[in-house]
Design a protein around this ligand. Structure first.
Ligand SMILES: CC(=O)SCCNC(=O)CCNC(=O)[C@H](O)C(C)(C)COP(=O)(O)OP(=O)(O)OC[C@H]1O[C@@H](n2cnc3c(N)ncnc32)[C@H](O)[C@@H]1OP(=O)(O)O
Ligand SMILES: O=CC(=O)O
Ligand SMILES: [Mg+2]
Length: 556
């Protein structure tokens, strides 16, 4: 026994070439990392790792082109595919009506609440809303197994509250991590595993048969995040083919909705659907990552500075164009076009502010349903009734696949048009205050938090980071100041110090001292002031949450 971890806490019979480097203090989790499950994910890793790495290399090459002045656009080489007549496989009946989907991290109590929420679908998240600590990842898999076999329960002893599933629950979708993230606690042939393949592989291995027996031969269902090109979708499709083949499942039983949430991907929507055509369950407008990606992609273009984050709303031309093109594309190919997440959540202690928040959500959902979306996301169980009503009142059928949107003619210029608005010191302050608090939560194991009455997760925090970076890098001139003020490292340094003070006053000294706020502030400040923008905030932050079994760490 060393530092509280027994060597028995590790699965000792991992197959050759696989090393589990994370501690498993709870023996009930061992089953998740059974020899057979590890063999399944290792086989996927060995087959697909080279393609994942190649694709990440392609991302770097494409970014280098954008950095030298090019802008993304439609690929002339795939024009025929975009213009040709083909359809994706028919959507299974069990997910024909997806009018409201709730999302949330793979946390035990939240899984039960989400499945019971009245939403049609629950997207259980290993991605934007989860801090990928080893414990969260393995425990999340266990929670999902228990949810799929309906044995999940939770006891809140402090509140004397017992949680269990209702008879009728939402259909479960799972979102694995993006291709860029590794799982450092599982090493395969001497290298960290690919996070996406671990999340997908463990979940599929443990749950595929329950799904198929329950849903007419279909499932499990997935959401696929942050892709930039159809070649990445082709890898997912090949992973699905291989998983189905290994488990003797019918081809096309796995279905996945791809989030269009990067700027390069909006020019690839037909191509992405084509690659996944037997496994597709449509596309979704991941608006928050999309805004983040917009800034990231044009990071070397000083004439493309975003206005304050609050002004980059869905009625801005570039976002409206993206959603309309997504609807038209999906409906042409016979699959769902899902809407995105409004950031407002219920505000318990302020009825007037709560009414305003609900009105904003209502307006956002009304815009989505009228545009032709087939369903949308909600961040909180308290919003399900409201969002369902907007869709019920405006979408009499199970979906709107019949609405073709032939009136939509979106060009590259539409998708690249800069949003209008002002840049303010308060915008810089808000980004900083939110970015630091979000990172502090993430470093302590929580990946989605309410901040200033809004849902914040990795995607919204990324907007704060890249917007600050962009303004500092190019010395954005702030609006509304009496004398001309441009953003500099010195000004930002003062803002960070002042905002740390404000955060300490707001959260209280005790919580501030016991949290990781100073570390988060240093990390956030470094990220915002780097000469070259990091691709993802979570790559830098992940190093700080990796926790190896001490004995193994000592040996390295
Ligand atoms: C950009 C994107 O990728 S969006 C998708 C990813 N992001 C998300 O999924 C965020 C999902 N939402 C959340 O995580 C949460 O709603 C938060 C963090 C924003 C707010 O959570 P809280 O502060 O716990 O909210 P609040 O205190 O009002 O919660 C009330 C109850 O609802 C539950 N709840 C809140 N949100 C959810 C949810 N999304 N799913 C399930 N249950 C939820 C809480 O657990 C709590 O349950 P209890 O009363 O049984 O204890
Ligand atoms: O994943 C969703 C997003 O908006 O980002
Ligand atoms: Mg996202």
């Amino acid at each position: 026994m060393e530092n509280g971890y027994s060597s028995k806490s590790l699965p000792l019979d991992a197959p050759a070439g696989i090393r589990i480097r994370g501690p498993l203090s709870d023996p009930s989790l061992n089953r998740i990392l059974s020899r057979e499950a590890l063999q399944f994910v290792a086989d996927l890793e060995r087959e697909f790792r080279p393609r994942v790495k190649f694709n990440l290399g392609c991302r770097r090459e494409e970014q280098a082109r954008y950095d030298s002045g090019e802008l993304p656009g439609f690929d002339p080489a795939t024009r025929e595919l975009r213009e040709g007549d083909w359809s994706c496989s028919k959507t299974p009946a069990v997910i024909a009506d997806r009018r409201v989907e709730i999302t949330g991290p793979v946390e035990r109590k939240m899984i039960i609440n989400a499945l019971n929420s009245g939403a049609k679908v629950f997207m259980a998240d290993f991605e934007d809303s989860l801090s990928p600590t080893w414990d969260n990842i393995v425990r999340g898999q266990k929670n999902l197994c228990d949810a799929v076999n309906r044995s999940i329960s939770f006891e809140d002893k402090a509140r004397n509250k017992h949680y269990k599933l209702n008879d009728k629950t939402a259909v479960l979708f799972v979102r694995p991590r993006g291709w860029h993230l590794q799982e450092a606690h599982i090493e395969i042939d001497g290298e960290p595993a690919t996070g996406a393949l671990i999340d997908f592989g463990l979940y599929y291995f443990h749950n595929h048969s329950s799904f198929r027996s329950k849903h007419d031969g279909y499932g499990p269902f997935f959401y696929l995040p942050k892709m930039q090109h159809s070649r990445e979708a082709a890898v997912w499709n090949a992973v699905f083919d291989r998983a189905e083949e290994r488990m003797a499942a019918p081809r096309g039983s796995i279905r996945a909705t791809v989030l269009i949430e990067t700027l390069p991907a909006v020019f690839q929507m037909h191509e992405i659907l084509y690659e996944l055509r037997e496994h597709s369950a449509g596309l979704n407008c991941g608006r928050w990552d999309y805004i983040f990606s917009f800034v990231k992609t044009v990071r070397a273009h000083p004439d493309r500075l975003l206005p304050d984050r609050f002004q980059v709303g869905m009625t801005q031309h570039f976002l409206k164009s993206y959603t309309e093109l997504l609807i038209k594309t999906c409906h042409r190919r016979g699959v769902h076009a899902m809407g995105g997440m409004a950031a407002q959540i219920p505000i318990r202690d302020d009825p007037a502010a709560n009414d305003t928040a609900f009105e904003l959500v209502r307006a956002d959902k009304l815009r989505e349903v009228k545009a032709g979306h087939d369903g949308t996301w909600a961040a909180h169980p308290g919003l399900i009734e409201l969002v369902t009503k907007v869709f019920d009142d405006n979408m009499p059928r199970a979906n709107q696949l019949h609405i073709k949107r032939d009136d939509v003619h979106v060009t590259e210029a539409d998708l690249l048009q800069m949003p209008r608005g002002v840049r303010t010191l308060e915008g810089l302050r808000h980004n900083t205050r939110v970015g630091i608090q979000y990172l502090a939560a993430w470093l302590t194991g929580t990946g989605s938090v309410p901040l200033y009455n809004l849902m914040e997760d990795a995607a919204t925090a990324e907007i704060s980071r890249v917007q600050n970076w962009q303004w500092i890098k190019y010395g954005a001139v702030l609006d509304g100041e009496i004398v001309a003020v441009s953003v500099s490292k010195e000004l930002f340094g003062r803002v960070v110090e002042e905002e740390i003070g404000r955060i300490e006053r707001e959260v209280g000294k005790k919580r501030f001292e016991s949290g990781r706020y100073r570390e988060a502030a240093a990390l956030f400040a470094r990220q915002c002031t780097k000469e070259d923008l990091d691709d993802f905030l979570t790559l830098d932050a992940y190093r700080r949450i990796v926790k190896f079994v001490p004995a193994l760490q000592a040996r390295l």
